[in-house]
Design a protein around this ligand. Structure first.
Ligand code: F6R
Length: 242
């Protein structure tokens, strides 16, 4: 596990952009695992700048998103499909045929989960999986207690996650209580993992991930078992760990 300490959110985003652009340029058919939320927004902004400067192209990129809320249509401004289009896909040369965000309104959600894992396999697996971390240590929407053997599945969101994500909604009642999330095993099958962490509210979870035991009670701790993980974290996020 390599830990790169940077000053702040902007420096984290910059470093992550260099990291990802290098992989996109180097790999012939890059397969990316993508995340939503506040953490990768600065990274996506910089990737768009890099694309505009002709320093990176997404023509050959395939991508798979970690998760999607159950019950939100693609064109719902709070859906993760909408987020990805708004923050990245609409601004670069990626083909929408090559992106897959789980469909949160699929008639058969379990079948949709299986289809997500199958599509990842058919693409040859994920080369680089981008992750953020929840204050409770979740990765994807795999909340504490999720088995490490889990594949993509429908999950119930913890009260703390609903609370944290309510900032994007008009009211907490509008926050979906379930999501489709790539499983822990799905995430761990990626060839390489890039975890971005910023802010003091993540410091405790990051400390447990780095220094604590590997336990399903802190889903992110499973990353200790992955052979190729890079963490880019800012000083505030590393304030407890170091
Ligand atoms: C997002 C995801 C989540 C977030 C985590 C942190 O696709 O899977 O695990 O990465 O909840 O969210 P932010 O970045 O908003 O603090």
């Amino acid at each position: 596990m390599e830990i790169i300490k940077v000053k702040d959110y902007d420096a984290m985003s910059e470093k992550a952009c260099e990291f990802l652009a290098e992989r996109i340029n180097r790999l012939e058919n890059p397969v990316l695992g993508l995340a939503t939320g506040s953490t990768p927004e600065g990274l996506y902004k910089r990737l768009i700048e890099k694309y505009n400067n002709k320093e990176v192209s997404f023509k050959q990129v395939k991508s798979f998103n970690l998760d999607e809320y159950v019950g939100l249509e693609k064109d719902d401004p709070n859906s993760y499909y909408f987020f990805m289009k708004d923050k990245l896909f609409d601004h670069v040369d990626i083909s929408l045929e090559n992106v897959r965000v789980p469909n949160g309104v699929a008639p058969d959600l379990n079948q949709e989960c299986e289809a997500h894992d199958e599509a990842i396999k058919a693409a040859g697996g994920i080369d680089v999986q981008l992750l953020g971390i929840g204050g409770n240590g979740h990765i994807g929407f795999n909340e504490p207690g999720t088995p490490f053997t889990s594949k993509t599945q429908v999950v119930d969101l913890e009260e703390s996650t609903i609370q944290a994500n309510s900032r994007f909604f008009n009211s907490i009642e509008e926050v979906p209580t379930q999501a489709i999330s790539m499983g822990i095993d799905t995430i761990m099958s990626s060839k390489e993992i890039l975890l971005l962490v910023s802010g003091e509210n993540k410091a405790d979870a990051l400390n447990k991930l780095i220094n604590g035991e590997v336990t399903e009670e802190l889903p992110a701790s499973v990353l200790q078992n992955h052979p190729n993980v890079t963490i880019i974290a800012d000083e505030a996020a590393l304030s407890v760990a170091s």
